[in-house]
Design a protein around this ligand. Sequence first.
Ligand code: ZN
Length: 160
Amino acid sequence: MRVTHRDEWRVTATVKPRRPADLGLTGLDELAEFVAVGAPITVAVLPRRLGRLGWVSMGDRLASRDVEGDYRRRCEAIAGELRRFPHVDEVHVACTETHFCSYCGCGWEELTAAQAANPREQLDEHSVEGEPVCCDKAVYEFRIARGIEPLADGRGGEDA
Ligand SMILES: [Zn+2]
């Protein structure tokens, strides 16, 4: 089964400063009115680690029973705060997704349409686009779920 791991959580935002204070350049209000920016400034705001509790620091898994959900919620809270600034827009929560196989632990890869049609790359004549390539168990599960003929000799099945 394909399992998705999400990490590197971040909030991306585009900052369009209008006044010096929007850039943290305070104390210029009496003298200055506008700030000109050549191009939009894109920033990534990273959440504080879940295990960093101020007076003590621990691994995320010790601090949370739902690391992915807690990081998502923390980033959504950051995004909510950022959206309150008039000079910040296009705020998005993002993360990096890694897909791997629950059976063999390898990175998840699937046959492309061209590979599935190529006799040198297909496992047998029943291979189709989207079929996993890592191990027999993943192939067996994929084919059973779609009513496709399993590999010869039941390879990948429970009793194989
Ligand atoms: Zn596998």
